[in-house]
Design a protein around this ligand. Sequence first.
Ligand code: ADP
Length: 402
Amino acid sequence: MTATRVLVLNSGSSSLKYQLLDMRDASRLALGLVERIGEQTSRLKHTVAGSGETREQDGPIADHDAALKAVAGELARDGLGLDSPDLLAIGHRVVHGGMFFTEPTVVDDGVITEIERLIPVAPLHNPANLTGIRTARALRPDLPQVAVFDTAFHTTMPESAARYAIDPRLADRYRVRRYGFHGTSHAYVSRETARLLGKDPSEVNVIVLHLGNGASASAVERGRCVDTSMGLTPLEGLVMGTRSGDLDPAVIFHLARVGGMSMDEIDTLLNKRSGLFGLCGDNDMREIRRRIDEGDQEAALAFDIYIHRLKKYIGAYFAVLGKVDAIAFTAGVGENAAPVRQAAIAGLEGLGAAVDPELNSVRGDGARLISPGSARVAVAVVPTDEELEIATQTYALVGKSN
Ligand code: ADP
């Protein structure tokens, strides 16, 4: 019998998210999350996909090794254990693949060394992702482990989009360039948008707006990314839940010299206490909309700044692509917040984009169009599925040789 199951692991600094999929029909068998690893109050929440049964375990889970063993135990209770011959491979989300990793890669010692070498440009994420890889390798050394990189989809960007206007030698020495993130989502959503239009990805140009707590935009030309809003790190670009996105780099010198702030303080300010949260004290779009409905001016201004930035990127990517077939909204805000979609597209009729208020307000699960039939540019809501994309890429890589 051929193994067809893929376990997807997304390992954070204190969390481990997982999904087990059967790639014969891309169905989910189980999924879950271990939170607060290393604390006394760790929690494992495991859901069996078919029955929807959910089991929770509370109590200290010391490290990622213990977390993965606990997950393996839960999976085994349903006959889905990691020692099952049906398990083909483990697919790992890795945030930063630099310029080196342009596609999913089977992990060996050399790959681990290379991911380690990227830690200076991804100090928060790559160490956690590596812990997940090492733990899974130790548990099942015989099983192919595949690293799927958030940056890989963006490695097709031309140098004109990827380079900052600084001395290239200096940039190369310190590996300073636009890498972009959320690539797995941008890849999946741009492809699904083409499918929604009944076209092949190579036939369409799509602007993808991934609006979650982190947010990024990308310009995808005939299936290849040609520009994206996040840069060296996920701080650049759109206004996000707690990140400022674009600002004049001199703001940093100013805060240091005039404000007397340290680099670490400014880093924390811009990454954790800015964006929607910095502007109005809330980073959840639901709460912001509720406050606006009650007449809150601060929340209204935060919303307007968020939308203004979004519009600037949409306009920029119209210019980068020349011709746009579709604009796709995805992730928590993009999939759920109809007022954000309405406001971001309002006034773009001259560019051929419009939103039908009724279609926009209907809630739905799947990919759907929200533009009027007459619009030249389709506007769509396309739910992202990064786990499915990681499993698909892992299966494509390992399944072939199996
Ligand atoms: P992450 O970047 O953490 O993966 P998600 O893509 O899950 O985030 O998005 C989370 C965000 O989505 C929340 O912070 C909230 O702002 C927004 N969100 C979720 N549901 C809704 C909703 N029904 N209406 C408006 N915004 C929502």
